[in-house]
Design a protein around this ligand. Structure first.
Ligand code: HEM
Length: 127
């Protein structure tokens, strides 16, 4: 129905957990991205991204309960994110989104958001 959140429409927590798990399967094999991530806390990183996306799309606010205001650009300041990092991130995310086999309209909404968000996270335009 109209009031259903996007979170519910795509299948709730299980769907976001699958998305992010699949995304990180790509990241661990990526020589450009992998060095940026905390090897000793990959489960934690997976959890943080899952909870953020769940909250963003209308699910529980667990992310902010645990981490506070997202302030994602600030949280990415420690990492040099240029066009190459952005495109690698999006490539793994695209594989992950497609793997969900969502109805086309939902897939497009999710993907369009991720493209926009990834572009807004670039903090080293010249890199
Ligand atoms: C955290 C890289 C884009 C959401 C991180 C971390 C890295 C990273 C290395 C630290 C992992 C951790 O310990 O949690 C990148 C790169 C991007 C990118 C290279 C390329 C554009 C995005 C986008 C989003 C996002 C587009 C949201 C849609 C998050 C969240 C965290 C995080 C929620 C955890 C923040 C926290 O609570 O500490 N990112 N990221 N990232 N990223 Fe990204």
């Amino acid at each position: 129905e109209e009031s259903q959140s996007f979170y519910d429409a795509v299948g709730g927590e299980e769907t976001f957990r699958r998305l992010v798990h699949r995304f990180y399967e790509g990241v661990v094999d990526d020589p450009l991205l992998w060095p940026l991530y905390p090897e000793e806390d990959l489960a934690g990183a997976e959890d943080r991204l899952s909870l953020f996306l769940m909250q963003y799309w209308g699910g529980p606010n667990t992310y902010s309960a645990q981490r506070g205001h997202p302030r994602l650009r600030m949280r990415h300041n420690p990492f040099v994110i240029g066009a190459a990092e952005r495109d690698a991130w999006l490539r793994h995310m695209h594989d992950a989104v497609v793997s969900l086999e969502l109805p086309e309209e939902l897939e497009k909404r999710l993907w369009d958001y991720l493209v926009y968000a990834a572009h807004s996270m670039v903090n080293a335009p010249g890199a």
